[in-house]
Design a protein around this ligand. Structure first.
Ligand code: MN
Length: 253
């Protein structure tokens, strides 16, 4: 219920220089006033404090602290945008601009996974495309597929989320056949059965002859996209096999 707001900033910064100020800051302002949650919620206290700081032009590190606190106290991204928009008219336009610059950094830490995916997509000229549902049973993790060329030679942009890879497989053909991989973004691996994995970065090309057992996929900590070109084959087919074990995959760095 009425948990004391713990604050040590005063003593950390001014404990020896101004011990009384430090004590008033930590024990009275935060320990007593901020802690009277039964009288006014922490969220409302954050709102009032932000307003006061902006009105007086205090868009400094203390303001940054209070924005972070406001987020912790439940003020959402939508709400802070509304609050700063309204404050702009009463406190001043440039002050709102300065506050928005800080707020965007604090409230966009929300969706790191989505941010990483869009950052990956922005780093390449091909789209990520749609979830690769048709082949999902042969993949560990989420992959995506975007057709680049569907006539003459089939070329697809395949995107793997971090840690995603396909099962061991073979592209069979009576003659011709096989696959060419061209990395277009991120970092991943290609491995042939019985050999060391090869790291793939943008611009790297791998030629996979028909009949060779292999897998391809993302590094554990990176999104990965490669174009996959299907080399025209006589009697071509794909044979899907066992997943790459966590043990084998875990050896990659
Ligand atoms: Mn393949």
């Amino acid at each position: 219920m009425n948990d004391m707001v713990k604050q040590t900033a005063g003593r950390d910064a001014l404990g020896t220089f101004a011990p009384k100020f430090a004590q008033l800051n930590d024990d009275v302002l935060f320990g007593e006033v901020w802690s009277r949650e039964e009288k006014l919620s922490l969220r409302d206290r954050s709102l009032v404090t932000i307003t006061a700081l902006i009105a007086s032009g205090m868009i400094d590190t203390s303001f940054q602290y209070h924005l972070q606190t406001a987020k912790k106290n439940g003020i959402t991204k939508t709400e802070i945008a509304e609050i700063l928009t309204q404050l702009a008219f009463y406190a001043g336009w440039p002050k709102a601009w300065a506050a928005f610059r800080m707020a965007t950094e604090i409230w966009t830490e929300d969706e790191p996974a989505q941010d990483a995916k869009s950052a990956h997509e922005q780093s390449m000229v091909f789209p990520i495309g749609k979830p690769n549902d048709g082949f999902a049973q042969y993949f560990s993790g989420q992959s995506f597929l975007a057709p680049v060329s569907t006539s003459q030679v089939g070329i697809f942009n395949v995107t793997f989320e971090p840690g995603c890879r396909n099962n061991w497989h073979v592209h069979h053909a009576k003659s011709g056949g096989g696959q060419i991989l061209i990395c277009v973004a991120g970092r991943g691996f290609y491995q042939e059965w019985g050999k060391e994995a090869i790291e793939m970065k943008p611009g790297d090309v791998v030629n996979i002859p028909a009949g060779v057992k292999h897998w391809h996929g993302a590094a554990p900590d990176s999104w990965f996209s490669h174009l996959a070109a299907e080399v025209p084959a006589e009697e071509g087919s794909n044979e899907w096999m066992e997943p790459v074990s966590d043990e084998d995959y875990g050896k990659l760095v």
